[in-house]
Each structure stands twice: as structure tokens, then as C-alpha cells.
Ligand binder design. Structure first.
Ligand SMILES: Nc1ncnc2c1ncn2[C@@H]1O[C@H](COP(=O)(O)OP(=O)(O)OP(=O)(O)O)[C@@H](O)[C@H]1O
Ligand SMILES: [Mg+2]
Length: 224
């Protein structure tokens, strides 16, 4: 194991911004360079621990994201995360050089902090970090990279994936006004929490997967 100072790297972004694509590419590249790297991904839809997240996103607890308050919804995601940590990647966190997370606690900041008043943001962040990183003992990320894609453009990528079928979207994906609020939350985190922002669009369309990958790679310190 190499003594990397930047072990847990989170790739976050709005829905359909390329998180899974870029997480895999980064992990593969780090493996090619001789490091031990792996991806983790949230929510962990394969696991029963995501049951409450599925109920929430499926609209079983209300048809609007705001029907479940920021703190309640955050706990659903946090519980899924801690189950994943205990079950599947706690040992790897000790032994690997890099863990690349497709979403993490940071997604609560993007999607749930969007529900609280502006003057409550800092106290929400304090509550969330205390809950997930201290009480639940999840490792805190060493770097957070936000893939910034105009929701209007990422919606097109999501539409492509669902073949234009609106009914396949979850309650976050189908609410563009809410996604705009989520982007505002992310901008707050970029300004106040030191997240790295990558602008993934140029002249109204997505940059290529390779371009975005190269810019992510340039952010990682200490690689060969
Ligand atoms: N730079 C890009 N240019 C064009 N298409 C892309 C780009 N990056 C990803 N895609 C495509 O956009 C879709 C969404 O990408 P991906 O699944 O990586 O995003 P995601 O952020 O993980 O999405 P979700 O939030 O829904 O989990 C996929 O079909 C993917 O192949
Ligand atoms: Mg994804």
C-alpha cells in the first residue's frame, strides 16, 4: 500500500452528471498506474439497506422531495451507507490506496440541504458531519469532486437512458426546479467546504468523457 494522503475520493454531481462513468474510469486508471483502487457507489441498490431510500425515491413517502424533510431523508441514505461500509468496504478502506465513491455523505448536502432555509445550511452541515463521520464512524472524504452539469443538459442524458419514458424517473429526477435548488446547495459546498468543481459542459453540451477524466486526474495529488 502506498501512503496516499488522498485516499477516499468522492465524485458527486446532480443526477445523470457522469458520476458512475468517471468513478470507474478514475479507479481503472489508478489500477493501471499500479495503485490498488476500487469504487464504491451509493445508494447501494443491491442491498436491503437501501429499502427506505427506494421508498423515498419511489414516491411511497410523498410525491415531492419536500414531503420528507432533510433530516429524515438524510438518515435513510446514511443508514444505507454505514451498512455498505460495515459489510463490504471497511477492510478495503484500510488496505487500498484509493477508494473512489460514486456519491457519498456529500449527496445529502446536495439533495437534502436543498430543503433547508439558507440560514440553516451551516447547522445542517454540522449535524450531518457529526452524524455520519463521528457518530456512525464513516470515514470522511479526503477530496470531493463535483461534476457540474447544467440540469437541463443532464436531464437529456437521463431522458436518453430511460428512452423518454417520464414514469421511469424517480422523484428527484423528475423535479427540475428541485434539481436547480440542489445545484445551489452544491455551489454553497464548493464555496464553503472546499469541494473541487469540474465544469463538464462547453457551449451548452457535455465535454467528452475523456476530457472530464483528464481534468479529474489532474486534481489527484501524488500520482505517478
Ligand atoms: N461526458 C459525457 N458525454 C456524454 N454522455 C455521457 C458523458 N458522461 C456520461 N455519459 C452518459 O450519460 C449517462 C449518465 O452517466 P452516468 O450513469 O455515469 O451518470 P450518473 O451521474 O452516475 O447518473 P445517476 O445520477 O443517474 O446515477 C450514461 O448513459 C453515460 O454513458
Ligand atoms: Mg449513477
Amino acid at each position: 500500500m502506498v501512503n496516499t494522503k488522498c485516499k477516499l475520493i468522492v465524485i458527486d454531481g446532480l443526477d445523470g452528471s457522469g458520476k458512475a462513468t468517471q468513478s470507474k474510469l478514475l479507479s481503472d486508471k489508478l489500477n493501471t498506474l499500479g495503485y490498488r483502487a476500487r469504487t464504491i457507489s451509493f445508494p447501494d441498490y443491491e442491498s436491503d439497506s437501501s429499502a427506505l431510500v427506494k421508498m423515498y425515491l419511489g414516491g411511497k413517502l410523498g410525491s415531492s422531495p419536500d414531503d420528507v424533510n432533510a433530516y429524515a431523508a438524510s438518515t435513510f441514505y446514511a443508514v444505507d451507507r454505514v451498512a455498505s461500509y460495515l459489510n463490504t468496504w471497511r477492510a478495503d478502506y484500510e488496505s487500498y490506496d484509493y477508494i473512489i465513491a460514486d456519491r457519498y455523505t456529500t449527496s445529502n448536502i446536495i439533495h437534502q440541504m436543498a430543503k433547508v432555509a439558507e440560514d440553516e445550511r451551516d447547522s445542517y452541515i454540522d449535524w450531518l458531519f457529526d452524524f455520519e463521520y463521528r457518530r456512525l464512524e464513516l470515514p470522511a472524504p479526503d477530496m470531493v469532486i463535483f461534476l457540474d452539469v447544467d440540469p437541463a443538459i443532464s436531464q437529456k442524458l437521463i431522458d436518453g437512458r430511460y428512452g423518454g419514458d417520464e414514469s421511469k424517473k424517480d422523484i428527484h429526477e423528475s423535479d427540475v426546479a428541485y434539481l436547480m435548488r440542489c445545484r445551489t446547495s452544491a455551489v454553497y459546498a464548493i464555496e464553503h467546504l472546499g469541494w473541487k468543481r469540474i465544469d463538464c459542459t462547453e457551449d451548452g453540451s457535455m465535454c467528452t468523457i475523456e476530457e472530464i477524466h483528464d481534468r479529474i486526474l489532474a486534481l489527484i495529488p501524488d500520482i505517478k
